[in-house]
Write a protein that binds this ligand. Structure first.
Ligand code: AMP
Ligand code: ZN
Length: 118
């Protein structure tokens, strides 16, 4: 399921260029174009889910895989190990949650501080 007007669906399809971090059958990850932190990438399901607000029990395995993958990708992208390093995971949801792109995505941010935001 893809939304032809969705920028992240276009990135997943390779119709808009991105700096890819990871890809498998269900998940795509790429660097954020406006990073807030030295490491800042986005993890998205290939399935077009607009936000966390539309998540249901049928998505449990997919989201579980994404969360389990995040620590590995964070280390691969240069986040230092826990507990001195670490990373932040954010999923902005809806207008009041600060969501701008309506394809579910998890921000993974890390690296030495200070950061531009947060
Ligand atoms: P959010 O506010 O949580 O919806 O975050 C959307 C994020 O997508 C922002 O941090 C943007 O910088 C990022 N973004 C938007 N367009 C692109 C793009 N073409 N490539 C990479 N990141 C993007
Ligand atoms: Zn989409």
């Amino acid at each position: 399921m893809h939304d032809p007007n969705c920028i992240f669906c276009k990135i997943i399809a390779g119709q808009i260029p991105s700096r890819k971090v990871y890809e498998d059958e269900e998940v795509f990850a790429f660097h954020d174009i406006h990073p807030w932190a030295p490491v800042h990438f986005l993890m998205v399901p290939k399935l077009h889910i607009p936000s966390m607000a539309q998540v249901h029990t049928g998505h449990e395995a997919l989201l579980g895989r994404m969360m389990a993958l995040a620590p590995r990708l964070a280390l691969e992208q240069g986040c230092r190990p826990y507990p001195d390093g670490g990373f932040r995971i954010v999923a902005n949801t809806g207008a009041e949650g600060g969501q701008e792109v309506h394809h579910l995505h998890i921000h993974v941010m890390g690296g030495p501080r200070p950061w531009l935001k947060g």
